[in-house]
Design a protein around this ligand. Sequence first.
Ligand code: SF4
Ligand code: SF4
Length: 245
Amino acid sequence: MNTYFGGSLRALSITFRNIFRPAITEGMRGPEAHEERYRGSFALTHNEHGEEACIACQACAKICPSQVITVVAGPKKPSEATGKKRGWSEEFVINLQACILCGLCVQACPEDALVAVRPQERPGFSREDLVLTRDLIHFKRTIEQKLADMIYEGQWFDPLTDACMAFLESTQERVSGTIRLRLYKGNCTPEGRKSPNAVYDMSLATYTSDEDTYTHEAAKGFIDLWGLPIEVWARVGEKNAEGSS
Ligand code: SF4
Ligand code: SF4
């Protein structure tokens, strides 16, 4: 009985103590608070002459509130394209695990050398994301969850467990390759992946470069098809609105 009341009193005292504490997540930045150019990760760009645009001015590193940018400047040397002397970065690292995603570095860059990119362009830990097709990756997640549930519920000898295992094993037949990691001050950050079976093709992904081999006209067909249900939806809505007026 004493233990019961003692425990309850302790719990109540913790509750009362925390009621008056300021919420530590107050003001935490959500995705909607990111500035317009933020996309979740970063990439260095090239200038109009095809040279690395970064001049190693360190503006991004200086403004970074988390101090997670390391820029090692190389010796100044002339640009092959213009002949003008300019700075070059020998090493450029952003520790994404400590980055607070404020986007200040992108804003500060005088050369537009640092851009925010979509999260799916960020190297991940996984090789299979590089090798499998989109639908296979999505469906595999469903099967993974089902298999985890089957095992958790003790259904190891259920034929569905065997079927899930067989499916997952078949997805791994082409999964091979290497992941390049950076070990720095207690962090392990993936910096790149490659695989002989990769389905990621730069020439299809870089829509604006000269090496772009994607047939842009092909997009019209799938835009028409994917947009058809929305078009019909809008047409029906308009027709019904006219009928009721
Ligand atoms: S987004 Fe902010 S915290 Fe992250 S690297 Fe840039 S300046 Fe630093
Ligand atoms: S990315 Fe931009 S701001 Fe950062 S060092 Fe290079 S040129 Fe300077």
